[in-house]
Design a protein around this ligand. Structure first.
Ligand SMILES: O=C(NCCO)c1cc(-c2ccc(F)cc2)cc(O)c1O
Ligand SMILES: [Mg+2]
Length: 214
């Protein structure tokens, strides 16, 4: 039977990158998506902006909403100091199965915990299940209609503290108008927009960085 795009992406990683070398995994995925098949990874252009935000913040506790094939998981985890932890939530079991293998191939499994399930179910369980009080950094890249409800849920669960940084992908394309309106108008956030392009295309897209003010 026909393979899936995530399966073909994983094969390209295993063929064209070096086990234990996260940069080569990132480059292999970007090459595959630019020259073979487009896929919804954050990509190299927005990925460089993601890298700069993470490097400046040096977070210990990171939450990623939406793993897909693990591209941004690898981008973030490769920059984390020893002892830092990244929890990544993925609803789609097929995506999660591929992502686990990409993360393992990159040699980052010790820093990453991939949890399969709905963000709305798992966010309230971060404390009792993972011993997490608050997150330093959250990357939002999952279902676009979940950005706002999950942000409000993280607030209500006390998972955000003064200075927690939220970075949201796709705020233009596909777009998250309700989330943007909220973080840009709420007195609880300081927000700024990083203009970029939809991964591997010329279409406009961007990342919204929002600092929780408590
Ligand atoms: O749905 C997305 N993510 C959650 C999946 O579990 C997503 C979609 C797109 C995209 C798709 C189709 C198109 F035409 C334009 C954009 C891009 C992205 O970066 C994304 O993260
Ligand atoms: Mg995205």
């Amino acid at each position: 039977t026909k393979s899936t795009r995530p399966q073909r992406l994983l094969k390209a990683v295993q063929k064209h990158s070096t086990r234990g070398d996260p940069q080569s995994v990132i480059s292999a995925i970007d090459h595959f998506c630019r020259h073979r098949e487009w896929a919804m990874n954050v990509g190299d252009e927005k990925g460089s902006i993601l890298d700069s935000v993470v490097s400046e913040l040096n977070p210990e506790k990171v939450l990623e909403l939406g793993t897909y094939c693990g591209y941004s998981t690898v981008r973030i985890a490769r920059l984390l100091p020893p002892g830092a932890r990244l929890i990544t939530l993925e609803f789609n079991a097929d995506y999660a199965a591929i992502a686990r293998q990409v993360i393992a191939w990159a040699g980052l499994e010790d820093k990453v915990q991939l949890v399969e399930g709905a963000s709305g179910d798992w966010i309230p369980r971060m404390k009792e299940h993972f011993g997490i009080e608050t997150f330093d950094f959250v990357f939002l890249d999952h279902w676009k209609d979940r950005y706002l409800p999950d942000t409000k849920l993280m607030e209500d669960c006390g998972l955000l503290r003064k200075g927690t940084v939220l970075l949201a992908d796709n705020v233009i394309c596909p777009g998250v108008p309700d989330y943007l309106e909220y973080v840009r108008n709420s007195l609880s956030y300081k927000s700024c927009y990083f203009k970029s392009h939809l991964e591997y295309t010329k279409a406009e897209d961007g990342l919204e960085k929002s600092v929780f003010l408590g």
